[in-house]
Design a protein around this ligand. Structure first.
Ligand code: CMC
Length: 390
């Protein structure tokens, strides 16, 4: 008793064993079940990656078809959830709505909540993966006052999401294959990242035996902050604030980020684990170039600012010394914006993509046996004292 390792921010404490994702932060390596992220991003797709993360191996063709079909079968949400949405203000941030409705799913899908049963855990996992795009798109539609669109199961995961976001009942929505491919890449690059703040939150919540919907909603809450998933929204706000592309404007933000008196950080830069290029950022940058090129937007002013900002930061002593590189969120926002996705939906899309990571970690923990997560503390308050006599 009383002998603890003190590790604020969990810089050097491993809280669990896991066989899902490996990161070598010094080398800039990210492997899912052993496969490098750049190879997966190039040759796989999000649904296959979901299967890999959840089950540990790539699916055969037959397994893939069965899994993809199963996900499609669960895309619709209980009609009563529409009423739940209607309780929110129209201008509510979609992340606030998402935290609420995902936690509320346990009230709708309580038929398979025996977490000690592997099959029931699987049903909840499939429901979450399938319903997240539907709920995410509903958040957006609610914000803009358009009718909710029912999912279409003839479409791929990414296509269906775009359809529910941008389609309306009055006219046919033509899905741009470049957008659908880019969405799938963004989903893949955000799918899992071992014990980050939100995944650790899901594990901690799950360690108490709480149901998976409650645990994922805890993860969504943790993801919301600008130091984590909220960074993609913050990057765009920063690029907006920089305004016109000029050396002077960019340098002002670099100086602000370096100023220790100023809490401002360069959004989309730095990472707890990577002391090298974030391998996801590399793929994201390529995807960004491809999408904007195909849209004839290669001269997009924000893309230009982002590239120049990256260049200046990478040549700056402050960033070199601290090994600060662009992370996954630096370029994702520019792609999402080019697709027409409003900024307040960026973190929601991160949450959607990360759901498979969260649920895979939750499942691994529950299946593997675990103790309740219960950190200790260094008490710095008053010693015992007597309540004043009255
Ligand atoms: N701009 C300026 N300085 C920075 C930045 C930045 N973006 N990131 C880190 N530093 C400095 C930090 O002030 C510290 O300086 P010093 O040693 O002089 O005190 C040094 O670099 C080491 O950083 P740290 O604070 O120890 O790093 P951390 O591991 O605690 O925090 C981080 C990691 C990602 C929260 C942080 O880099 C950050 O806030 N970045 C901006 C937000 C962001 O882009 N987040 C997305 C992360 S990736 C995707 C995700 O997880 O959602």
């Amino acid at each position: 008793e009383g002998m603890f390792t003190y590790d604020p921010g969990f810089v050097s404490t491993a809280a669990c064993e896991s066989s899902i994702t490996f990161i070598d932060g010094q080398k800039g390596v990210l492997l899912h079940r052993g496969y490098p992220i750049d190879q997966l991003a190039k040759s796989s797709n999000y649904i296959e990656l979901c299967y890999l993360l959840l089950f540990g191996e790539l699916p055969s063709d037959e397994e893939y078809d069965k899994f993809a079909q199963l996900i499609s079968n669960h895309t619709m949400v209980h009609e009563q959830i529409v009423n739940f949405f209607k309780g929110f203000r129209r201008d509510a941030h979609p992340m606030a709505i998402l935290c609420g409705v995902v936690g509320g799913l346990a009230a709708f899908y309580h038929d398979n909540l025996n977490i000690t049963n592997e099959k029931e855990r699987y049903v909840s996992a499939v429901r979450l993966i399938a319903k997240m795009p539907t709920l995410a798109a509903m958040c957006h539609k609610y914000n803009i006052g358009q009718p909710f669109m029912y999912p279409r199961n003839d479409l791929s995961y990414g296509e269906n999401f775009l359809y529910m976001m941008f389609g309306n009942p009055c006219e046919e929505y033509k899905i741009n294959p470049v957008f659908a491919k880019a969405m799938d890449t963004i989903f893949m690059l955000h799918a899992d990242h071992e014990q980050n703040a939100s995944t650790s939150t899901v594990r901690l919540a799950g360690s108490t035996g709480a149901n998976p919907f409650a645990c994922i909603s805890a993860g969504i809450a943790a993801l919301w902050g600008p130091a984590h998933g909220g960074a993609n929204e913050a990057v765009l706000a920063m690029l907006d604030e920089i305004g016109e592309e000029s050396e002077e404007n960019i340098q002002r933000f670099i100086d602000k980020a370096k100023d220790k008196e100023d809490p401002f950080k360069l959004m989309g830069f730095g990472h707890r684990v990577y002391r090298n290029f974030d391998p996801r950022a590399k793929v994201m940058k390529e995807t960004c170039d491809e999408v904007l090129e195909q849209l004839g937007m290669a001269d997009d002013p924000q893309l230009k600012i982002a590239k120049r900002l990256e260049q200046i930061a990478l040549e700056d002593e402050y960033f070199i010394e601290r090994k600060l590189y662009p992370n996954v969120d630096f370029y994702s926002g520019i792609i999402l914006k080019a697709i027409g996705i409003p900024t307040n939906m960026f973190t929601v899309i991160f949450a959607m993509s990360r759901t498979i990571g969260w649920i895979s970690h939750w499942n691994e923990m529950i299946a593997g046996g675990h103790r309740i997560g219960r950190p200790r503390q260094l008490y710095t308050g008053h010693p015992q004292r007597d309540y004043p006599a009255k």
